[in-house]
Ligand binder design. Sequence first.
Ligand code: SAM
Ligand code: SF4
Length: 449
Amino acid sequence: MSAELSAWFAESGELAFAKRALVMPWRHRTPIIETEHPAAWRRLQAAPRYGRKGLAYVHVPFCANHCLFCGFYQNRWQEEASRPYTDRLIAEIERETDTPLVHSAPIHAVYLGGGTPSALAANDLARLITALRTHLPLAPDAEITVEGRIRHFDDARIDACLDAGANRFSIGVQSFDTQVRQRLGRQARGEQAIAFLEGLARRDRATVVCDLIFGLPDQDDAVWQRDLDTVRGLPIDGVDLYALNLLPTTPLFKAVELQRRSLSTPQERQRMYLAGVAQMRDAGWAQLSNSHWARATRERNLYNQLIKDGADCLAFGSGAGGSAHGVSYVVGGELASYEAQIDAGLKPISNMATSDAWQRTRDTVTGGIEGGRLDLATLPLADVAALLVRIEPLIANWHEAGLLLDAGPVLRLSPRGRFWANNLHSALNELIPQLAAAPAAEPAESIAA
Ligand SMILES: C[S@@+](CC[C@H](N)C(=O)[O-])C[C@H]1O[C@@H](n2cnc3c(N)ncnc32)[C@H](O)[C@@H]1O
Ligand code: SF4
């Protein structure tokens, strides 16, 4: 048995692995040096996306406050920022409209994320969504999501989004427990969060989903049980149940280091997740991914699933990340520099990187693990049969450890396997290039060189 395999074996005891792995999407990419960015960007824009699934991501990098747990905070929100930032976003979108990259194939989902898109002024939300619908080749059934939080998201802003064509709201709630919320920096009380979601759902004009996190400080089993009971009772269409990630850039990380806050153990977090999986299933919700459930068919979770499948994604706004044709890029996260470059007619790229020949294989692994089912026999490899033989002991171990429902080449994740999905994902991404002779030949020539 090869040494590489046993390093990824799981334990059959309560915890399959010592800790949950973090997925690092840029790990296998090679940076393009900064002086090459303009030429690489021009080549990318000139490359049509025929036959490839397309997405667009728009980033709004402002927040009213830095929530204790969150690694996405960039800039403090001020009302005056709304109009000039929206003007620049629209200029950035309009500039790319006529490129082969944008226009050659439909865009299936648009995601306005943050930060806090719902903090933009009502007329700016309307202008932005209208610009996206006017300038991007959206599929007739495109999902258009606005991410938001309760604070600042008033009726005028909600109506502006709906009237302009948004058809999905993703609302960060985290917990319905007022004390847990307020200690995270979320001012709205639990009852206000419930009333807000009920109000959105009552309009019946868009899909409504909300985010909850388990493993937050002060959120014990009883609080989590109430969170699950509350969300199941709401007339919304979908819910994310995220495990808390303790990220080094967050105020929570500092507070834990200084022993001002304590966190649940991995055992407790696993128990909370398994309770969530069982109760959502028993209530008839469909599990669409490791962290996402749909109550109604209105919810498709299209953007999140396609991004995991490796679809091309156009990125707009300071801090946005995109990729196409195996080239990943980040739009400059430093606001002043983003503004100056947009005003100078440039695309403010801060990072670019190319992927290697294994990327299609990795995308298949990521999409499959996220969806809870990966048929190893369908991986785009030159010799898939050789991989199946060599990886068999690892699959048998994962099956024995209760992470997989069967030991065959179709990996169907158990609820416990879904809790440890990042570990399975990391293992496969590291091992497959070592165990398989070569990836299948690339269908198209890379545009990165
Ligand atoms: C990019 S945030 C934006 C949400 C929105 N601004 C809000 O405040 O609700 C999207 C979601 O990521 C999740 N998230 C953020 N930090 C997290 C962490 N450290 N661990 C787990 N989930 C996290 C939260 O559930 C959050 O709603
Ligand atoms: S949770 Fe939302 S509002 Fe809070 S810091 Fe993160 S992105 Fe900003």
